[in-house]
Write a protein that binds this ligand. Structure first.
Ligand code: 5GP
Ligand code: ZN
Length: 120
């Protein structure tokens, strides 16, 4: 499915829900998390509606590579100049809340902590 009419991240890509955009190209979109847990906290998502990393296959290699390849530049541009953390929560066990694949990019505090401790 290329776009899901009911998915909040598909709506963000289509501009139906406002977001603070960080970056966009033909295949990916990046925007600030609405509830940041670190000073720099944005999400990189494929424009294609892919529910989670569990559904990814070889046909998604290019877009997954693009998400990783752009992370460092965007993190630096957002002020995470000395490192950052990437997280992809997947499925119930991974405590994924939004079922459109997304990569968190977290940084801007030094140190970041051993791992991110989630609220709730
Ligand atoms: P997950 O737990 O699925 O990995 O994380 C989903 C993330 O999406 C959460 O950090 C949450 O704050 C963020 N989020 C949920 N809804 C919205 C929204 O409408 N706009 C933005 N910018 N972020 C959202
Ligand atoms: Zn979607």
């Amino acid at each position: 499915m290329s776009s899901d009419p009911n998915c909040i991240f598909c709506k963000i890509i289509r501009g139906e829900i406002p977001s603070k955009k960080v970056y966009e190209d033909d295949e990916i979109f990046a925007f600030h998390d609405i509830q940041p847990v670190t000073p720099v906290h944005f999400l990189i998502i494929p424009k294609l509606h892919l529910p989670s990393l569990a559904e990814a296959g070889p046909e998604h290699s290019a877009v997954l590579g693009s998400m990783l390849a752009v992370a460092g530049r965007l993190a630096r541009e957002q002020g995470a100049t000395d490192g950052f953390r990437t997280i992809i929560n997947t499925g119930r066990v991974g405590r994924q809340e939004v079922y459109h694949l997304h990569m968190h990019v977290l940084g801007g505090s030094d140190p970041l902590g051993p791992m991110i401790i989630r609220r709730g």
